[in-house]
Design a protein around this ligand. Structure first.
Ligand code: ATP
Ligand code: MG
Length: 235
């Protein structure tokens, strides 16, 4: 595990400092801070429209903050060029979204291997690792991902997120499209990953039972993150 200059504390897999972001008509974040350690899971909750998905887009550097710093596995992504951002995204971040966002015409194995091939892994090795991950996660062989159940589909998305051994996993409503039982099992899998793989997990959810599995629960409130359960303080 990498360490900070002090040589004691692990380098956070995600560090957000004094983040500001907004639109001409509305400010979304003003001074938002967050740190996620290796092996730690953090759930983000908050009302619809409060900016949860936007926060993940900022971490992925799909959009650029107006001020503040975002470090992923120790690298400041705020000022990186496009090619460097693409590399960090592919090597250090795994994503699982609400509908899995798989390529429907491809098999589960091709979907997962593709993520490794895009980060320039060896072809044979990519397919072998993809198959091993899918076997571990209990995804059956299929000609296309359209043949999979909802849970198998999301487990394929988890395999794809894991294939490059990312330091950080981002999940946006990963169980939102699943029935309650499948949602629970998918959540169990996701929350087992930080300890198993020493990665950090930042998971957005509206479901309080899913959030309760996280090491910490934070809520977007007053354009920042506050520990869930604490009431907004009126200035
Ligand atoms: N270009 C834009 N101009 C103005 N407002 C925008 C623009 N793009 C997004 N927004 C607003 O930003 C807010 C945050 O959106 P975001 O998708 O991050 O919310 P969310 O917390 O993920 O909501 P949900 O729980 O419904 O997924 C929303 O109110 C959205 O309408
Ligand atoms: Mg959202």
């Amino acid at each position: 595990m990498s360490t900070s200059d002090a040589g004691q504390l692990p380098t956070p897999v995600l560090e957000i400092q004094d983040l500001h972001y907004g639109f001409p008509t509305r400010s979304l974040f003003e001074g938002l801070c967050l740190s996620v350690d290796p092996g730690e899971s953090v759930a983000i909750t908050g009302p619809s429209g409060s900016g949860k998905s936007t926060l993940l887009s900022l971490v992925l550097r799909l959009i650029k903050p107006s001020a503040g710093r975002i470090r992923v596995a120790g690298t400041d992504v705020t000022e990186l060029r496009r090619a460097q951002v693409a590399r960090i995204r592919s090597e250090s971040i795994g994503t699982v979204f609400q509908f899995g966002e798989l390529i429907p015409e491809l098999s589960p194995r091709d979907n997962v291997a593709l993520a490794a091939l895009l980060s320039r892994s060896d072809r044979r090795d990519s397919f072998q690792r993809a198959q091993r991950l899918l076997d571990e996660l209990g995804v059956p062989e299929a000609a296309t991902t359209q043949e999979l159940s909802g849970g198998e589909h999301q487990r394929t998305a988890v395999a794809r997120a894991l294939i490059n051994s990312p330091a950080l996993l981002l999940a946006d409503e990963p169980t939102g499209a699943l029935d309650p039982d499948t949602a629970e099992r998918t959540a169990e899998l996701l929350f087992s990953l930080p300890r198993r793989n020493k990665c950090g997990l930042l998971l957005v959810t509206h479901d309080s039972r899913i959030a309760a599995r996280a090491d910490r629960i934070l809520r977007v409130e007053s354009r920042a993150l506050v520990p869930a359960g604490e009431r907004e303080t009126v200035a």
